[in-house]
Design a protein around this ligand. Structure first.
Ligand code: FAD
Length: 323
C-alpha cells in the first residue's frame, strides 16, 4: 500500500485501523494471508460512513460479510478490508406485507431462525445459509429451490456514483446466484435490506427449518469450506461431474475434494489458498476434458495472487461471469 495512503488511514481511523490481520480469521475456508489494513463496521450507518470516507481517499476497498463465498490468496488483500458486523434485525408484523428489516452484516441463519420462532414463513431456507444479508443480496444466495430475490422487497445501498438510495429487486436485476452489482462489479455497498414474509404455522415452519438442517447434515461435509465451489451446469450437478471425473478424495497440500460431496473442497488443516486453487483448477480441467462441460465457479477469488488462470482473472476483473 502507498505510504501516504497508509498514513492518511492511520490519521483518520487511529486505533480502529488494524494492520496485517490474517484473512484466515475472517473466512469460512480458514485460508488467506494478511490484509494491509482492516476496519470493522458495527452498524449500517457506520458502514456507510467508513465506505464513503475510503472512497473519498481512493483507497482500494474489499467489504466482507462472513467470508463464506470467498477464496482469499495466501499473499492477502491490498488496501482496506471492511468487515461488516452490523447485525440488527427488526421484525414488523404491522406492515402489509409483514416484513423483516436487517442490517447487512446480520446472518441469514439468524433471520431464518428468528422468523421460525415467530411463526413467520417464507425464509426457512435462510436458516441454513452461513453468510450475511449483504452477501446474500449481492450474490442472490439460495437453497432448496428458494433464493434471496424472492423475499427481498428492497435494499438500502450506498453506490459510489449514484449515492445512497433504496434499490428494488427489479433494479438489482437478479439472475441465478448473481445481482447486477455482482455481474457488473459495481462499487455498491448493501447497508440493510427489507424482506417480506407471511404468517404461518409455527410448528410447521420450525419443522421445515429442521428438515433443511438435517438435509445439509446428511449431504454436506463438515469442516472449513466455501460451500459449493462451482455452479451446477444446466440439467446436471457439478458434484456428480467432479466425482465421475474420479476426483473425490483428491488432496493437494492440506486441501481435499470432499469424499462426501465432490463440489466441496475442505481445509483438512493447514491448507494454503494455493492448494485450494489448484484443486479447483484440476476439477474444472478434468470435467472439461472428460465431459466437454465448462464449470463456472460459484465462489469468488479475492486478493493478491502470484498467478491466476485466465477464467479466474476474468472473474476478478468482472467479479462474476455474466449469465
Ligand atoms: C458450508 C457452506 C454452505 C453454503 N451453502 C450455500 C447455499 O446453500 N446457498 C448459497 O447461495 N450459498 C451457500 N454458501 C455460500 C455463502 O454462504 C453465500 O454465498 C453467502 O451469501 C455469502 O455471504 P457472506 O456474507 O459470507 O459473503 P462474503 O463471502 O463475505 O462475500 C461474498 C461477496 O459479497 C460481497 N459482499 C458481502 N457483503 C456485502 C455488502 N454488504 N455489500 C456489498 N457487497 C458485499 C463481497 O465483497 C464478496 O464479493 C455456503 C457456504 C458454506 C461455507
Amino acid at each position: 500500500m502507498r505510504k501516504e495512503l497508509l498514513e492518511k488511514l492511520r490519521a483518520q481511523f487511529g486505533s480502529d485501523l488494524q494492520e496485517g490481520v490474517h484473512m484466515s480469521n475472517f473466512t469460512t475456508m480458514k485460508v488467506g494471508g494478511p490484509a494491509d489494513t482492516l476496519l470493522i463496521a458495527n452498524s449500517a450507518d457506520q458502514l456507510a460512513d467508513l465506505v464513503a470516507a475510503l472512497w473519498q481517499m481512493d483507497a482500494p476497498l474489499t467489504v466482507l460479510g462472513s467470508g463464506s463465498n470467498l477464496l482469499v490468496s495466501d499473499k492477502g488483500i491490498r488496501g482496506v478490508v471492511v468487515i461488516n458486523h452490523a447485525h440488527n434485525i427488526k421484525v414488523n408484523t404491522h406492515t402489509d406485507p409483514i416484513s423483516v428489516w436487517a442490517e447487512s452484516g446480520a446472518l441469514m441463519s439468524n433471520i431464518g431462525r428468528k422468523l421460525a420462532l415467530r411463526g413467520l414463513a417464507g425464509m426457512e431456507w435462510a436458516a441454513t445459509i452461513p453468510g450475511t444479508v449483504g452477501g446474500a443480496v449481492y450474490g442472490n444466495a439460495g437453497a432448496f429451490g428458494k433464493e434471496t430475490c424472492r423475499s427481498l422487497i428492497k435494499a438500502d445501498v450506498l453506490h459510489k456514483i449514484s449515492g445512497r438510495a433504496d434499490w428494488t429487486c427489479d433494479q438489482l436485476e437478479y439472475t441465478y446466484r448473481a445481482s447486477k452489482f455482482k455481474r457488473d462489479m459495481e462499487d455498491a455497498i448493501i447497508l440493510s435490506a427489507l424482506f417480506e414474509v407471511v404468517s404461518g404455522d409455527q410448528q410447521e415452519i420450525q419443522s421445515s427449518v429442521e428438515n433443511y438442517r438435517q438435509r445439509r447434515l446428511r449431504n454436506q461435509p463438515p469442516g472449513p469450506s466455501m460451500g459449493s465451489v462451482f455452479r451446477n451446469p444446466p440439467e446436471d450437478k457439478a458434484g456428480r461431474l467432479i466425482e465421475a471425473a474420479g476426483l473425490k478424495g483428491t488432496k493437494i497440500g492440506g486441501a481435499i475434494i470432499s469424499p462426501k460431496h465432490a463440489n466441496f473442497i475442505i481445509n483438512e488443516g493447514g491448507a494454503k489458498a494455493q492448494d485450494v486453487l489448484d484443486l479447483l483448477v484440476l476439477a474444472r480441467e478434468s470435467v472439461e476434458k472428460k465431459f466437454n462441460i465448462t464449470l463456472i465457479p460459484e465462489i469468488e477469488v479475492v486478493g493478491d495472487w502470484e498467478s491466476i488462470p485466465e477464467f479466474l482473472r476474468n472473474q476478478q476483473a468482472s467479479k462474476a461471469v455474466k449469465e
